[in-house]
Design a protein around this ligand. Structure first.
Ligand code: RUQ
Ligand code: CUA
Length: 658
């Protein structure tokens, strides 16, 4: 048996290595003669690796100094940030601070521009420094990722952030003035004209107080279309608008593309309008919300909505133009269609013709056709819901259904006409065939177990007009026994699947030390053109121009004006200038630090003990902070990046005289 296994291993290794060597660009010095490194078999045997393990290792190993083919942008869930992972190595490349302070990046620890940006996300004067990121959306041009921006939502507070992929830093946070939680976001329209966001838990608009008994009358959902100004790289609140929705708890959304461009689709899961209150003898939420056999797919004609707003038929509510439900109905902006029990994901196919909806409590996915939706609208084939919204006839808009298994959630696509759906309850990924015009041709092809309780999945460019296939990542909710125990709070398990061949194969388990990733998008790495240093020394990364506080070597100074003190400092290997900053207790201090270096990777950090200050100055960056010298004493400040042999000397004293 052992011998047989060894022969299998040898054969497999030889085959794989021959296959690798066949690629002209890959030199295989160690294996040129025999096709096998001398010690490969011994290593495999000693480590107890099976042939499948060896093939997985060879498919995922990225040698030192080589780069990954894809970058996956995944939400960091309730860590409130965004994480960038290379595929196929599954190496974490970067944590991008978004809604939550992050000391390494000097994010939210005194940096004035960043504090100001974070403050734009405060809620009614309450400082918000946490978040629950769910769905990143890469900017698109003609329905394809263009590698310029990524947007991500904060479900807890109904906010959206804009991250610039020139420097992978957050540039803007906007708070929706009418809703307090979102979920169906972020999703971009095919040319990133709008970033779509839908509320999750209905509240009165502006989250004003209203008794829960007035739910149906006063509580509402909302779909917001944030206008993205590409020139400025910012969301333009003035040009944004929203469509008022019934309080059905809208869930995930997707924007139409190609033939369905101009439409947006969103699930909902509480068309029962259950209001909970088990304490008062009412059905608990989990039962109340699942009474009906169907909920509603929301179908929004956003191009029509744009016209309605331009025609002045919307209302200004808390500073944003809102199309109220009766107007949305009268103007053919909003329609509903029934969808089977507790829908979750809505995912438009690459050709834009179909929308796959997965119902958590239905073993099928339901495929809707945009042509059929348009026809049902033209034929007025509808009945009305309690708000007077037209509900299109299910059989008229449904194109196909495929039984996949238990708990279908989210769907991605490949380049060969297959779709992949996560099955939460089955802990599996289902691969199924898109049947085009023929409803009978939609069939389940294969299922593969993943560990465990998968939520979202992300395939290479898998939600664009031209998916790449190749890789798919299962973003699993539970890890249980997959990794060495690290206490009761476990990492999430991200699993990489090879979807190139006939059968799917799990080729890597990656422990994600922060949680909880929901959605992720995977982009071809060469589409991203990130900078190594800012365009000019003294750069303000948020305003994206030279800072008025940029300080050149030799111009460092401390300026006093009454009890206002302004410090202009430079950082260069291995020196912070000035080395002594002398102030008095009670002074108000504004302090600017410019990293005057442009060398690749020559970042300097700056931390000041006792005053909660942490900055990171990437090559060329100017950063500022301010504080009140409430305590006298002797403090040390220093560079936090081990930037040179004399890095420990890159320090200074802040002397605060009583
Ligand atoms: S949602 S899986 Cu935002 Cu499906 Cu989490
Ligand atoms: Cu700069 Cu250490």
């Amino acid at each position: 048996m052992k011998r047989f296994l060894l022969i299998c291993l040898a054969l497999l290794l030889a085959l794989l290595i021959a296959a690798c060597g066949g690629r002209k660009s890959t030199p295989t010095p160690a294996t040129q003669q025999s096709g096998l490194p001398q010690d490969a078999l011994t290593i495999a045997q000693e480590r107890g690796l099976t042939p499948a393990d060896i093939s997985a290792a060879l498919k995922t190993y990225v040698p030192s100094g080589k780069w990954d083919d894809y970058l996956m942008f995944t939400s960091g869930g309730h860590s409130g940030n965004l994480i960038v992972i290379g595929l196929p190595s599954m190496r974490i490349l970067k944590h991008v601070a978004v809604f939550t302070p992050e000391s390494w990046q000097g994010y939210g620890f005194g940096n004035k521009d960043i504090e100001e940006m974070l403050d734009a996300g405060n809620v009614d004067g309450v400082k918000i420094r946490m978040g629950d990121t769910h769905h990143p959306a890469l900017s698109e041009t003609a329905g394809d990722y263009d590698g310029q921006w990524v947007f991500i939502n904060d479900k807890t507070n109904a906010r959206i952030a804009v991250v610039d992929l020139r420097d992978f830093e957050t540039k803007q946070i906007v708070k929706d003035p009418n809703i307090i939680s979102n979920h169906g976001s972020s999703f971009v329209t095919p040319n990133t004209d709008y970033v779509i966001q839908t509320s999750q838990y209905a509240t009165p608009l502006g989250w004003d107080y209203a008794p829960i008994e007035e739910y149906q009358e006063k509580y509402r959902g909302m779909m917001t279309f944030w206008k993205f100004d590409r020139e400025k790289g910012r969301i333009d609140m003035e040009q944004s608008f929203a469509v008022e929705l019934p309080p059905y708890w809208q869930d995930l959304c997707d924007a139409g593309k190609l033939v369905s461009d101009g439409w947006a689709f969103c699930n909902s899961f509480n068309s029962e309008m259950a209001t909970g209150g088990i304490e008062e003898g009412n059905p608990p939420f989990e039962a109340g919300v699942s009474q009906r056999d169907t909920d509603y797919l929301h179908i929004v004609d956003w191009k029509k909505a744009e016209e309605v707003v331009k025609a002045g038929k919307s209302e200004d509510i808390n500073g944003i133009q809102v199309i109220r439900i009766p107007t949305a109905v009268a103007e053919n902006v909003l329609f509903l269609a029934p969808e089977p029990k507790s829908p979750h994901g809505a995912d438009v196919t690459p050709d834009g013709k179909y929308i796959t909806v997965a119902g958590k409590l239905d073993p099928h996915v339901t495929i809707y056709s945009i042509d059929k939706i348009k026809k049902a609208i033209a034929d007025q084939n509808w009945t009305d819901d309690p708000f007077g919204i037209h509900v299109l006839d299910f059989d008229a808009v449904k194109h196909a259904q495929v039984e996949l298994g238990l708990g279908p959630l989210h769907t991605q696509y490949d380049d060969k006409g297959f779709a992949y759906t996560s099955l939460f309850l089955d802990s599996a990924v289902a691969k199924w065939k898109l049947g085009g015009d023929d409803p009978a041709a939609y069939v389940l092809v294969e299922k593969i177990p993943v560990q465990y309780n998968i939520g979202h999945i992300s395939a290479a460019e898998g939600d664009t007009v031209s998916p790449d296939g190749k890789y798919l990542v299962a973003l699993n909710k539970w890890a249980v026994d997959r990794f060495s125990p690290v206490g009761p709070l476990l990492p999430q398990n991200l699993q990489l699947l090879d979807i190139n061949g006939e059968a799917m194969q799990v080729i890597y388990d990656m422990a994600m030390g922060v949680g909880e990733p929901h959605y992720a998008q995977t982009i071809k790495a060469d589409k991203i053109k990130a900078l190594n240093a800012y365009p000019e020394v003294g750069w303000d990364p948020i305003k994206w121009q030279k800072s008025e506080f940029a300080t050149a070597a030799g111009e460092e100074k401390v300026v006093r004006n009454g009890n206002e003190v302004e410090v202009f400092m430079t950082a260069v290997r291995s020196h912070l200038t000035p080395e002594h900053v002398k102030i008095k207790k009670g002074d108000h201090v504004v302090w600017h630090v410019t990293n005057i270096e442009t060398a690749h990777d020559a970042t300097h950090g700056f931390q000041l003990g006792g005053y909660n200050i942490s900055l990171s100055m990437e090559p060329g960056e100017t950063a500022s902070f301010e504080f009140d010298a409430v305590n006298d004493g002797t403090y040390a400040y220093y560079c936090t990046e081990f930037c040179s042999a004399l890095h420990l000397e890159m320090m200074g004293y802040l002397l605060v005289e009583p």
